[in-house]
Each structure stands twice: as C-alpha cells, then as structure tokens.
Design a protein around this ligand. Structure first.
Ligand code: ADP
Ligand code: MG
Length: 782
C-alpha cells in the first residue's frame, strides 16, 4: 500500500547539502508491524516523515495504494496526513490542558464526528488502551506511560491504515515500554505500523519485519517470524464481537460497563470503534465552535486572562465612547439667548399641536406618561414669566422732582432674584397636596409650607416677563393660598386662569390696538396704544382701566371714550377679522402695576380671550434624553422643540474648541486602546499557540483552526460588553454612579457601535493571530 521508489532527501544548510535519505526502495503493506532501527542521525525520522507526508522528498516517487504523490500540493498533503496517517511519537504532542478524554475526542471531532458519538467513541478507545480510569484527568497530570497510551488511543481515533510510531517508548521505563509495544502489536493486524526504536530486543517478539537504516540507506530488510503474532499480542481475550456494519453512525458503541478494567480489550473492538469511512457530519464551523467551547472550560487561566483583557477594553471603551456621546450635542458650546424662552432650562421642551389646537387633558396625560418626562405644564408661556415674593424684591426710596416740579420721595422697585418662573396648577395633581385644594380661581396658589394654617392667607407677588412685556413692565397682584404641597420646594403653582391671563396676548393670534378719543378744555385729543390686557376688579362689562403710570408717561387723560379694535391674525400675521368695541376708560388702576397694562372686566376679558393654552412645557430628567423624547412626541404628531437648543444660537469659540479637543482625544484613546489590545492579545495568543499546532497535527485543517479563534475572541468581547452594559444598567437601577451617568448618552445605535467596536477589535485580533498561525502551521508541520 505504501511504496518508496528511489526516494532521496537532502537537507540544505548554509554551506552544505546533507543527504538524509539515498535512493530508498521499500514497500509496506497492511498487517505489517515494521521495526526500523539504526544509529542516531541515520535517517529514520526522515524516512517516517516522508512516508507520513510531514516532509517532502527530493527525488523518486512515493506511491500510496499505487497512486503517485509527487503532484500533491500542500492541501493534498494536509488531507493525506489527516486521513491516512496516525502518529505516535516519543514527545507525544498531547494537549496538556485538555483531559485524556478531550485529547482523544478532539481527534474525532476534527474528523467531523458528531459530539455524542465522538464522546462515546473516545471513551471506548480509552478503554481499549486501558485508560478509562483516567479519562477526566488533565494530560499534564498523567505519567509518561499513560501519555503514550493516550497517544495511541488518539492515533486510533484517527482511524488510519498507517500508524507511524517514532521511538514511542523512548521516554518510558522498560516495563511500560513493553506494554505500549504490546498495545501497538495488538492493533497491527489491520494496520501498517512503522515503529522506530532503539530497543530492538524489546520489540523483537512482536514485529513482523526488521529494517536497518545506515547513512540514509536501507542496509537490512528482513521478515521476522512470529509463532502466532496475533495471539501472542493478545493481552486479554474477549469474545469476538459482531462484524462491523458499513454504516458507522448507526453503530451501537459499546457502553463502558461499571466493571471496566484498565486492561486493554480485544483488537476487534478497536476496529469497530474506529471504523473506516466515517462520513463527517459536522461542518468546520461547528467543529471550531466545539473547540472554542472546550478551550473555554479546559484552559481556565487562558480564558480568564483573555476575558479580563476584553473586559478592561470593554470598560475603557465604554467610558470614552460615553464621553464622545455626551459631547455629541454641541448645545453646550453655544450661548443662550433669552429673547424667545426667557426661562433657561436645559431640560425643557415646548410642545404643541401642529394645527395650533389647544392642549387638552388627554394631551397632558400622554405627556406625563412619556418616558423621562418629569413635569408637564399646560401653560408654556407662563413658564417664561418671573414671579417675585417678598424676599425676591426690595423698595428703595430717594428724593426726586416729580413732573409738576415738586420734590417728593420716589419709590424704586428692585427685583433681586430672577430665578423663580411661574408654573400653573396643571403641573401638579391632588396627590401633590398635603392639605387644601388645587388653585382654580384667578388669584389662588399652592405653595409649600410646614404650616398648613397658611391656607386662606394672602401673599403679594410681582411678575415680570422681560421678553414679552419688555424690561420695564411688571404686574402686581395679591394671591390667596388654597393648597399646601407635600414636598418641600420653592416653586409656587399659580391658577391656570392667572397663567392664561398673563400670557393671553401671546397665546392667541390677537392684537389689541386701543384708540383714545377724549376732550380736555374743549380740545379734542387722540391717542393710541397697544395695551397688555389683564383682568381688573370692580369693572363693569365694557369698562377699561389704564395703569396710573401709563397715563403719566403718555400724558393722556385717564377718562374718556376709547375704541378697542380686536384684530385676529392668521398664521402669517395677516389680519383676517377686526372687531371694534366701544369702551369707557375709567381711572384709578392698580398703582403697583407699571405701564401699558389695561384692565378689563373679567366677563369681557373671557369673551375676548378663551382660556386654555396652545403650548405646553415639559421638563425631562436629563438633557441626554432630549432627542429621544422629542422624537417620541413628533411620532405622536406634536411639534416639539428643546427650548434650550432652540435658544442656544451663538457659538462660544473656547467651548467649541474644548468640545472638539475632548472628542479628538477620546477618538485617539479609543484608537490607541484598539491597537494596544490587539498587540497584547495577539502576542499572548502567539505564546499560547502550541495547542493549535497540535490540533493541526491531529488533522485539523487551517480553515477550522482559524475559526476557533474567530469564535473564541468575539465571544469574549461580546460577553465582556454585555457584562459592562448589564453592570451599568444595574448601577443605574441601584443608584447613580459614573457609568450610569454616561449611559444616559447611549442610544440604540451607540450601543450597537459600542458592541461593534469591541467585537471588531476581537475580529482583527483573531485575524492577525490567524495570520501568524497560518505561517507557523505552514512552517512547522508538526
Ligand atoms: P534519525 O531519526 O535516524 O536520528 P534523522 O532522520 O533525524 O535521523 O536525520 C537524518 C540526517 O538528516 C541527520 O544527519 C540530520 O542531521 C539531518 N537532518 C534531519 N532533519 C534536518 C533538518 N530539518 N535540517 C537539516 N538537517 C536535518
Ligand atoms: Mg529520529
């Protein structure tokens, strides 16, 4: 079956050619047990290497089953080694951190045998070589004799016709060595065994042929007569088993019984277990997966180290990706312009219907139920109005000449604290009250107080709306406490009516020009103004009242007739309806209110301006969620904007620079981390790559071998990323930590990028390591 025809082999060193084999003529057949002897350096190993396809020959031809092999390419040799040759060497090339069972199993798995079948066959084979008691033992803990038995079991697992044994007993004591030779002879009946030995006496009684090599030439080739080679070789005799069927997968494997002995059983059993022509039923992918899994459990240290490294990368990349994401929105690099939304709050959203319809209770319910929305206030415009309680303002007095030239004391109002903005009662519910009721009437409020007795008492407030009324206007009124808040907070909740009233000119497309027409000293005067309408007390239906200051500054007489035109505008600012009311102006307006306010009777006011609000204010828990909340609102058909991002218009160069350098620094760090991790892990894997060479030698092709790493590393990376994300989520649930803070900025796509980054590194690492492995496997066949 194997024929060497004039085979020569030369080794080339730097300045000489060493002929290792010279014109070898040999032929071997199934059933032979050949002892090859000779001095050290005579060429025995070279001969075996050529027969096993581990090394190439330079001259002549090697025939396998009559077929020449000189045209074989690397892949053909790989197939040849994988399928035709079983190896048993002195340095037994076992995978140290695999168990005995896993070593044999590996060989079967590489052939594509299904997992359960492989396990069973491996157990049987271990039984055959007397190793069943040690199946779970790590190879590193086995004695040299046990290792050699295991090597044989593994060679048998490959189920080849030819077994190459290069000094298999070299490292064994003579007794153990003899057992190994016995074991080999026992299986030689249906195989060709080529055994290189230095101890011919020890094998003489088993072999069928003796070959001596000297200086690369065959100097002796004689048959060795055995009285009854097979019987002699039997160690223990068992009943002949059934004839093997041709369908290996359906074959029942002999269950290892409880009284399994350590003694090898009969040869025929071995033949059955390793029947020829096993059809591989596993793809290289699933084989690789199996090995990846096996490595995970059997190479704890390596797995732990790799995982730890991936975990570190996952943590560091989380932090720096998080910093990038937190800087993604450039809103912080722009300065805030208060002209549209006076109340500067990063977490505020202004929301309305696209058709301008009023916000309803249903809308409010939806807003409140939306994720991340903490507060929903139906009256958005009022949220830009400052209110001042007694600690927020102060009067100062000075002497000054009034408009009549009389020296008089002048009182000046100073607003000290502009931090308080109105909120309407719609932003709270009955649940928020400890006592009393929600404010409903115009001047009612809900406040926090330790003392519930303040219900029914009154508090004075000033209001300013600098972007709406201008900087000089303020409104003054006295409010009555109706509700006490449960939670301690600064915020005062005003009635919806008051919020509506103070913003009414804004919320409706209404414009109120007021034309005066009055007579003083028989002279007619005319004037006009654009008043800010408010509700005044004690007015009849169509009476209006201007503020004292207004009449003072305009020098107009406070009594007379007035024509009020109410102009309704469309969305483009065009007037589409004008209604003219004949009004009567009466004096004595509230002295505290400054300029341009005109008081209307409540009835007339409500007729002109229906209550309600076309725009609500929402406050979310963090600006990081702004985009998410806005898109949810937009999906529901609302128009929604971040008041902050809309008002932050002008870029601040230093902040822009700062943001860009932060982003660049993070990108650089991530790049560096990527390179660093790849270098470290690839180096680490290269150091630990011996197992791969062994797997290759056990018949695994490179295609499968590289898949192992492609499964292993990305799985670690994925697991590490999942661990980080889960930890962060746990952190978020249990209390706010630094990670959870960054996690706010992670959206679905950022999580995908995060995973991709980590898995990408793992894939690149696998790729680079596999390139190294490819070179290494090519170079060292064994
Ligand atoms: P044996 O196994 O009989 O001890 P080998 O087959 O290993 O002998 O070696 C035969 C000859 O070939 C020796 O002279 C050895 O030095 C030489 N040789 C073996 N392998 C190589 C090699 N890879 N490179 C160069 N010379 C080698
Ligand atoms: Mg040798």
């Amino acid at each position: 079956m194997i024929k060497l025809d004039n085979i020569s082999k030369y080794y080339y060193s730097s300045n000489a050619v060493v002929p290792a084999l010279k014109k070898i003529q040999l032929e071997f057949n199934i059933g032979e047990f050949v002892a090859i002897i000779g001095e050290s350096g005579s060429g025995k190993t070279t001969l075996l290497n050529i027969i096993s396809g581990v090394d190439t020959y330079d001259d002549g031809e090697l025939y396998y089953n009559g077929e020449p092999t000189s045209h074989f390419d690397a892949k053909d040799w790989e197939e040849y080694r994988k399928n035709k040759i079983g190896f048993v060497f002195a340095n037994n090339n076992l995978i140290e951190n695999y168990s005995a069972l896993q070593n044999v199993e590996s060989s079967l798995l590489i052939q594509g045998i299904e997992v359960h079948k492989a396990r069973q066959t491996a157990l049987d084979l271990l039984d055959k070589v007397g190793m069943s008691d040690f199946s779970g033992q790590k190879v590193a803990k086995l004695s040299s004799g046990q290792r050699q038995r295991l090597t044989i079991a593994r060679a048998l697992a490959k189920n080849t016709d030819i077994i190459i044994a290069d000094e298999p007993t070299a490292n064994l004591d003579s007794k153990t060595g003899k057992q190994i030779i016995e074991l080999l002879s026992k299986i030689s009946k249906h195989k060709l065994i080529l055994l290189v030995t230095h101890n011919y006496e020890g094998v003489e009684s088993f072999v069928t042929r003796k070959i001596r090599i000297q200086d690369g030439q065959v100097v002796l080739d004689i048959p060795v007569e055995q009285e009854n080679p097979t019987e002699t070789a039997m160690i223990s005799i068992s009943e002949p088993t059934s004839v093997p069927t041709s369908e290996p997968t359906s074959e029942p494997t002999s269950e290892p019984t409880s009284e399994t002995t350590s003694e090898p059983t009969s040869e025929s059993d071995i033949i059955i277990s390793t029947k020829k022509n096993i059809i591989p039923i596993k793809s290289s992918g699933s084989i690789a997966r199996r090995f990846a899994l096996m490595n995970l459990t059997s190479q704890r240290q390596k797995s732990t180290l790799l995982f730890t490294f991936m975990l570190l990368t996952a943590i560091v990349s989380f932090v720096f990706l998080g910093i990038i994401y937190s800087n993604q929105d450039d809103v912080r690099t722009r300065s805030y312009d208060k002209s549209i939304f006076y109340h500067e709050d990063m977490n505020r959203i202004a929301v309305r219907h696209s058709d301008g319809a009023e916000i309803t209770k249903t809308d409010m319910e939806f807003f409140r139920s939306a994720a991340h929305v903490k507060i929903a206030d139906m009256y958005d415009y009022a949220n830009d109005i400052n209110y001042y309680s007694d600690t927020d303002y102060k009067y100062t007095y000075s002497m000054s000449y009034d408009h009549n030239g009389v020296l008089a004391e002048v009182r000046t109002l100073n607003f000290l604290n502009e931090d308080h903005f109105m909120k309407s009662a719609s932003a709270i519910g009955e649940d928020d009250l400890r006592a009393g009721v929600l404010p409903t009437e115009l001047y009612e409020i809900a406040v926090y107080s330790e003392n519930a007795d303040i219900i029914g008492t009154t508090i004075d407030y000033y209001f300013t709306a600098k972007n709406i009324w201008g900087v000089t206007q303020h409104y003054f009124t006295t409010c009555k406490v109706t509700g006490i808040l449960k939670e301690e907070r600064d915020q005062i909740y005003f009635s919806e009516k008051l919020c509506s009233m103070l913003t009414v000119g804004l919320s409706k497309n209404t414009y109120l020009p007021l034309r005066y027409d009055y007579t003083v000293d028989e002279k007619r005067y005319k004037g006009s103004a654009a008043p800010i309408p408010i509700i005044g007390e004690g007015l009849e239906y169509k009476q209006i009242r201007g503020t004292q200051e207004f009449f003072m500054t305009t020098s107009l007489h406070p009594i007379g007739k007035a024509e009020l035109s109410v102009l309704l505008h469309d969305d483009y600012g065009l007037t589409y309806k004008t209604t003219i009311y004949n009004m009567e102006i009466i004096p004595e307006a509230n002295e505290y209110n400054s300029s341009q306010f005109f008081e209307f009777s409540e009835q007339f006011f409500n007729e002109l301006f229906p209550q309600g609000s076309p725009q609500a204010s929402l406050y979310i828990d963090d600006y990081a969620y702004m985009d998410g909340v806005l898109s949810v609102l937009k999906e529901q058909g609302y128009e929604a904007i971040s008041t902050y991002s809309t008002s932050a218009i002008k870029y601040i160069p230093e902040k822009v620079k700062e943001r860009m350098s932060t982003i660049y620094a993070c990108i650089l760090i991530l790049l560096f981390l990527c390179i660093f991790e790849i270098l470290i892990v690839v180096s680490f894997l290269c150091i630990k790559s011996k197992n791969f060479t062994l797997l290759k030698y056990m018949g695994m092709d490179f295609k499968t071998a590289k898949k192992i790493t492609y499964y292993e590393l990305p799985t670690y990376a994925l697991a590490a990323s999942v661990v980080v994300i889960c930890t962060v989520i746990a952190d978020k649930i249990c209390g706010i930590g630094y990670f959870a803070d960054l996690f706010k900025y992670f959206k679905i796509y950022s999580i995908i990028i995060y995973f991709a980054y980590n898995i990408f590194i793992a894939i690149i690492t696998s790729f680079l390591f596999n390139r190294y492995l490819h070179r290494k496997m090519k170079k060292e066949l064994i």
